[in-house]
Design a protein around this ligand. Structure first.
Ligand SMILES: [Zn+2]
Length: 113
C-alpha cells in the first residue's frame, strides 16, 4: 500500500488498519507524525480522519472543521518506516522554499467573464 493523502472518505478504521502513525503537514510548514495511540482509533472507528482536531505544535493551527484562508493541516497515510522518515525529511528540506502550487497555467486569461 502506497502512502497517500487522507481524503474525506478515510476514517479511524483506515488509519488503524495501516498500523502506522498519521503524517500531518501544517500550512506553516511544520510536519509531524501522530501515533495511533494518541488518535485512539480502532477497528470500529468511523470518525472521519479529517474531522480530527489536531493542533500544530509550531503555530497552534487546528484541523477539523475550522479552516481559514490558509487551509487546515493536511493528513497523510504512510506505509512504512522509510516513508515516515522521507515525510519528515521533506519538511526539513523545504523549510526555506514554498511547496509548488498545483498547476496554475501562466499566461492564461483571467477574469474573462
Ligand atoms: Zn503550524
Amino acid at each position: 500500500m502506497a502512502s497517500r493523502e487522507v481524503t474525506a472518505r478515510d476514517n479511524g478504521r483506515t488509519a488503524w488498519s495501516r498500523g502506522r502513525p498519521l503524517g500531518v503537514v501544517c500550512p506553516c510548514g511544520h510536519r509531524a507524525l501522530v501515533p495511533l495511540e494518541r488518535l485512539a482509533v480502532g477497528p470500529g472507528d468511523m470518525r472521519p480522519l479529517l474531522s480530527l482536531a489536531l493542533a500544530c505544535s509550531a503555530c497552534g493551527r487546528r484541523g477539523g472543521d475550522r479552516v481559514d484562508d490558509r487551509g487546515a493541516p493536511r493528513l497523510w497515510l504512510l506505509s512504512s518506516a522509510a516513508d515516515e522518515a522521507a515525510f519528515l525529511a521533506a519538511g526539513r528540506t523545504s523549510d526555506t522554499k514554498k511547496e509548488p502550487h498545483p498547476s496554475r497555467p501562466t499566461g492564461a486569461k483571467e477574469g474573462a467573464s
